[in-house]
Design a binder for this molecule. Structure first.
Ligand code: FAD
Length: 377
């Protein structure tokens, strides 16, 4: 278990006040929003129930270019140019047109946080009344409010639909100390009827897990079995629900970013780069408000449209997610082999990356430049 660094007892002082921006959630989505506000002069507060980087929320695999585009390459642990896919009928290797990297969660969050200039406090967010957010340390008011709290969508207006009825997948993994060279996935119904299993090496640690698209299907037993099959220790569990349906990206005065808006891609359950992508987009809209270039209302409307414009791509991937478990395994194995043709992989992965392309991160000047511009001004 990670050491709990969150403030306790007397250190847990009351929290209150008015802020320009309140970002709830200090993981990928929330920290990306804050990064875009660096040097704006805004009073920005980020809150999370844990310290920054304290609790990894994923296997931490991402297209490498995203880490470079954000200047986070220092957090990279291992890089892969090939995807190894196992089915009960054999193994297929896809040569990727772009590489995939695993990274260190704590380091990545620290680096991303350093790119912003927001204040940070540990607090558990309970809910909201208008522009007042209720936390276990008190109420905080802000002109701009961001919910980057994950699938629970804590600041949403309506009662949240809970699993297993909600459109959620479930994922669980173990993090044993072990080495590996390959990025591997298993599409094998003996582990999970609808979903896939994975093994991501990360510099002396393996992230071995199972994801089920059907929230009713429990994944602990297959996760343990996969780890045992791979002869790694069944230690350090990490799991969560994963949204596989995009949701409204704004409600009242709140911006929803990442898993809280269902910004995790169906089929692959890749939600880090999309949380970063929509976080940057949200941060840019908020910045325009703070600089007097648009109203809060316009920012909410523009961000909602931006998110909505991606909905059909999420919808297509959801269809794929629903179809794959119905294809007979032998046929699926053959199809995966045929799709493995270099040009086809390049085409498919090119389109896949374009859903949230790394170039998007380059559209704003690097944070250091923004900060020095602000100081000079
Ligand atoms: C087992 C597993 C493996 C995964 N592997 C990958 C992968 O390799 N690559 C990939 O792209 N995606 C992966 N995903 C999906 C990915 O983790 C999520 O899509 C991504 O983390 C979403 O980022 P986020 O910033 O929206 O939310 P999160 O990363 O979930 O962050 C939410 C933050 O809010 C905080 N929080 C939550 N509730 C409260 C509260 N009430 N008060 C205060 N703070 C709160 C949390 O502490 C956390 O810091 C995986 C998911 C799982 C479950």
């Amino acid at each position: 278990m990670p050491v709990r660094a969150t403030k306790r007892g007397a250190e847990r002082t009351p929290l209150s006040g008015d802020w320009d921006v309140l970002i709830c959630g200090a993981s990928f989505g929330g920290l990306a929003v804050a990064r875009e506000l660096a040097g704006s002069g805004a009073r920005t507060l980020i809150v999370d129930r844990y310290e920054i980087g304290e609790r990894a929320t994923s296997a931490c695999g991402i297209p490498t270019e995203w880490l470079h585009a954000l200047g986070l390459q220092e957090a990279i642990q291992q890089t892969f140019f090939e995807l190894v896919i196992h089915t009960p009928y054999g193994t297929t290797r896809w040569e990727l047109p772009w590489s995939f990297s695993t990274f260190d969660y704590r380091r990545m969050c620290e680096l991303l946080h350093q790119q912003g200039d927001a204040d940070f406090e540990t607090a558990k967010v309970h809910g909201r009344t208008g522009d007042v957010v209720h936390t276990d340390r008190g109420d905080v008011r802000a002109q701009l409010i961001v919910d980057a709290l994950g699938w629970r969508r804590v600041l949403g207006r309506a009662e949240n639909v809970q699993p297993p009825e909600a459109r959620l997948s479930r994922g669980l993994e173990v993090h044993p100390h072990a080495g590996g060279e390959e990025l591997e996935i298993w599409i094998d119904r003996s582990y999970v009827p609808a979903g896939y299993s994975w093994s991501f090496p990360a510099d002396g640690e393996m992230r071995v897990g199972v994801g089920s698209f059907d929230p009713r299907h429990h994944v602990k037993e297959p996760t343990v079995r996969l780890a045992e099959d791979l002869r790694v220790d069944v230690v350090r569990f990490q799991g969560n629900w994963i949204p596989h349906k995009i949701r409204r990206a704004t409600e009242d005065c709140v911006f929803f970013v990442g898993d809280s808006a269902g910004h995790c891609l169906p089929t692959t359950a890749e939600g880090i780069r999309t949380a970063l992508y929509f976080g940057l987009a949200c941060g840019r809209e908020c910045r325009a408000v703070l600089e007097g270039r648009q109203s809060t209302r316009d920012a909410l409307s523009r961000y909602a449209s931006f998110s909505r414009a991606h909905a059909w791509k999420f919808g297509c991937l959801l269809k794929v997610q629903q179809i794959v478990p119905r294809v007979p395994p032998a046929l699926l194995h053959r199809v995966l082999g045929l799709l493995g043709h270099r040009r086809l992989v390049a085409w498919a992965f090119g389109h896949y990356l374009a859903i949230a392309p790394p170039e998007f991160a380059l559209a704003s000047p690097p944070p250091t430049e923004r900060r020095s511009l602000a100081t000079a001004g």
